[in-house]
Design a protein around this ligand. Structure first.
Ligand code: PGA
Length: 249
């Protein structure tokens, strides 16, 4: 099964009107790619970025969304608001949301449902901490995180979402998982999904995230079950991000 690669830049809480103009103008120099290239700015800049990328093939993502559809939820942002600004993907369950903002597997699952219902595409982030890896629980944790979503939306919905495996110990630490370590987990995630649906498990794109750089991405992208990358720090540098996209082909 040929799965298109996705290279997504998660800008996290970085950027300004000015820096975004220069970052996007750098990205617009990118040659056309067979991969889908995605950027995820903070909410206030979605409109600006939507305008700047409108004539390109770059795709817009948001970093979070409310599980509620509308109403009295001060400070929250809804899926329909994201849709108004051309957003296609929504990152959900990022480890920073889980660990710093208390997002549980159940809350993440309910956000996945809201995003699917709105017609946008969840980019569901899962992954284990260092302590969990060292105690041999990597797969158990990933499976629990996936199972909560399967329980709520069903396995068939996984054809409408993207998974990002991001080991927490590799995020922002400079310690990327090796290509073999990533492949091992990606393959296990696919086998886990195959227990519910073989065809869904073959279709779903599984990205790797955690300290991806151009120097590590090409080995990662050669792995049969690695369908792209979710890039944090390195996505803030246009040249580096373009170099990562190039390694994806
Ligand atoms: P990083 O972040 O590339 O800076 O490790 C990845 C992520 O958090 O999505």
């Amino acid at each position: 099964m040929i799965r298109q690669k996705i290279v997504a830049g998660n800008w996290k809480m970085n950027g300004s009107k000015e820096s975004i103009v220069s970052l996007i103008s750098g990205l617009l120099e990118m040659d056309s790619s067979s991969s889908e290239v995605v950027v995820a700015p903070s909410f206030p800049y979605l409109s600006q970025v939507d305008g700047l990328i409108s004539a390109s093939s770059i795709v817009l993502a948001a970093q979070n969304v409310s599980q509620e559809v509308k109403g009295a939820f001060t400070g929250e942002v809804s899926t329909s608001m994201l849709g108004d600004f051309g957003v296609k993907y929504v990152l959900l369950g990022h480890s920073e949301r889980r660990s710093l903002y208390g997002e549980t597997n159940e809350l993440v699952a309910s956000k996945v449902k809201t995003v699917l219902d709105s017609g946008l595409t969840p980019m569901l982030c899962i992954g284990e901490t260092l302590a969990e890896r060292e105690s041999g629980k990597t797969l158990e944790i990933c499976e629990q995180q996936l199972q909560a979503v399967i329980d709520l939306v069903g396995i068939a919905s996984f054809e409408q979402l993207v998974i990002a495996y991001e080991p927490v110990w590799a995020i922002g630490t400079g310690l990327s998982a090796s290509a073999e370590q990533a492949q091992e987990v990606h393959e296990s995630i696919r086998s886990f999904l195959a227990k519910s649906s073989e065809s869904v498990s073959q279709k779903v794109q599984i990205l790797y995230g955690g300290s991806v750089k151009a120097s590590t991405s090409s080995a990662l992208f050669q792995m049969p079950d690695v369908d792209g990358a979710l890039v944090g720090g390195a996505s803030l540098d246009a040249k580096e991000f373009i170099a990562i996209v190039k390694t994806a082909g």
